[in-house]
Design a protein around this ligand. Structure first.
Ligand code: ZN
Length: 302
């Protein structure tokens, strides 16, 4: 990662090797400070980015991932400066992708939009773009996957020239129809490996991948390949009232977030833990109280 985390890492490593082996073998060590906490702008969607930045900074949050809609109508360079002045590392931009389309014009428009995302990320000063790869229900998954590969290949030179990396984010199979034809970490790892570019890696999101019996093995492989670029956390609620907008705060559902974090750390990941929650319920509540809940859950359940 481009930011320095040496201080926290040495603490983390020390904790990891100084005993507590029985607990460590199951879960990661406690997160005692917020030095690796990043929050996505979409998590506190009712706040404009300026307000989110001010509140995150005041609470001691150290990173922010910026959704492109949060930049609408703004001078992007100036917004980047504002975030950095608030001592927030800009972790990534969400999102690029949505490459497949039965219609060739749609595919071309998608590539143009991804090039725009690369420009925006460069102006903002973000090192990474997360790719939600897309899928078209009017064609086979195999065809969508082929078009995803072609789309990523088309933008690699632009991203590389701008010094920006791309992270393929596998999505839960419930989104295979229209959001992503890349649904397991194995598929994302395979794609990143076969593209064989220093620019392309993977984003691991517990919401999409927690159910996968091969998850531990594939996280290890992702780390060994040097492709583990980002780690997103939240929780899975039962029942889930909305397939998109009912994510929970860590500890509220059935995802073993701590266990998955231990796998990610064992794979060598030293970046931010990014809280990404889409929730119609939480967006209706007082966002300051909600931020306090997120920070408590980060320390206790992440
Ligand atoms: Zn995510």
């Amino acid at each position: 990662m481009s930011h320095s985390l040496s201080g926290e890492q040495s603490i983390g490593n020390e904790r990891f090797t100084s005993g507590e082996h029985s607990e460590q073998s199951v879960n990661a060590g406690e997160l005692t400070d917020l030095s690796r906490l990043c929050i996505h702008t979409v998590t506190t969607k009712p706040w404009p980015i300026e307000e989110a930045a001010a509140n995150f900074s005041a609470a001691g949050v150290k990173g922010i991932t910026v959704w492109r809609d949060a930049l609408e109508g703004r001078d992007i360079r100036q917004t980047g400066r504002l975030l950095r002045d608030g001592d927030l590392a800009i972790v990534s931009v969400c999102r690029g992708g949505f490459f497949p389309g039965k219609d060739g014009r749609k595919r071309k428009a998608a590539i143009d939009d991804n090039r725009k995302a690369i420009e925006e990320a460069a102006e903002l000063g973000a090192p990474l773009i997360v790719l939600v790869c897309g899928s078209d229900p009017g064609q086979s998954l195999e065809e969508s996957r082929k078009q995803i590969r072609e789309g990523i290949e088309a933008i690699i030179p632009d991203a590389a020239a701008a010094g920006i990396r791309l992270a393929i984010e596998p999505l839960h199979p419930m989104y295979a129809d229209a959001r992503s034809a890349i649904n397991t970490l194995q598929q994302a790892n395979d794609l990143a490996s076969s593209l064989d570019s220093k620019t392309v890696g993977v984003a691991v999101d517990v919401y999409h991948l927690w159910w996968d019996p091969d998850l531990e093995r594939e996280i290890k492989r992702c780390g060994e390949n040097g492709h583990l670029y980002a780690f997103h956390v939240c929780d899975w609620k039962t029942p889930t009232a909305d397939l998109l907008l009912d994510r929970g705060i860590m500890g509220e559902g059935c995802i073993p977030v701590k266990k998955i974090r231990s796998w990610v750390e064992a794979a060598g990941f030293d970046g931010f833990y990014e809280v990404e929650i889409f929730s119609g319920t939480y967006w209706q509540q007082d966002q300051s109280q909600y931020l306090k809940k997120i920070i408590k859950a980060y320390k206790e359940n992440t």
